[in-house]
Design a protein around this ligand. Structure first.
Ligand code: XMP
Ligand code: MG
Length: 183
């Protein structure tokens, strides 16, 4: 669905599907160049990163395997708890791999900084982060993010994989959820 289909439930469209695809092409070209000749592994964080992984991985010209991790830090609410739990671990041994974590959004940064620490002991050759969205004003911890799609304001957003109570993941655009939906 598009933002028009849920116009009463959102207050603003922040990034359109077309803008996302253009930005993904740019970042994919950078990643292709940066990782030329290297053993790249894309690691997605379920479930939010499903859409960005699908489009980003296909925008790459290099052959890059994909693995998934499932962690939970939010539950059904809209605020980070800082408590991270592994629900599904990777299937891949990270040893000597050049790992690029693909994330939907960096909000407080708590989830990613926990994940980076968790990955640090697994013997990867390098670990970098690509986040489609980042909320600079919400940062509680600094996360070293090499590739960023869009910096956005500190509002709760949905769409393109991002959910509220599992809804809106299939919205093609990224939009600010109207407060009446969750209050
Ligand atoms: P943190 O705060 O740890 O965020 O950087 C971790 C995860 O929380 C989800 N998240 C959101 N989901 N709208 C959403 O639908 C948002 O505005 C939002 N902010 C954070 C997301 O899964 C992220 O990986
Ligand atoms: Mg989520």
């Amino acid at each position: 669905m598009r933002a028009d289909d849920v116009q009463n439930e959102i207050t603003k469209v922040l990034v359109t599907e077309e803008q996302i695809q253009r930005r993904l092409d740019e970042i994919a070209a950078q990643v292709d160049a940066d990782y030329a000749g290297k053993d790249l592994l894309l690691v997605g964080v379920l479930k939010g990163a499903v859409m960005v992984m699908a489009d980003f991985s296909r925008a790459l010209k290099s052959r890059a395997p994909v693995d998934w991790m499932a962690v939970s830090s939010y539950g059904a609410g809209t605020k980070s708890s800082g408590v991270v739990q592994i629900r599904k671990d990777l299937d891949t041994d990270l040893h000597d791999k050049h790992v690029l974590i693909v994330e939907d959004i960096i909000d407080s940064g708590l989830t990613l900084s926990w994940l980076l620490e968790n990955f640090a002991s697994r013997g990867a050759a390098s670990i970098e982060v690509f986040a489609l969205l980042r909320k600079p004003d919400a940062a509680k911890v600094e996360v070293n993010c090499r590739y960023v799609g869009f910096d956005i304001p500190n509002d709760f957003v949905v769409g393109y994989g991002l959910d509220y109570a599992e809804g809106y993941r299939n919205l093609r655009d990224v939009a600010v959820l109207a407060p009446h939906v969750y209050s």
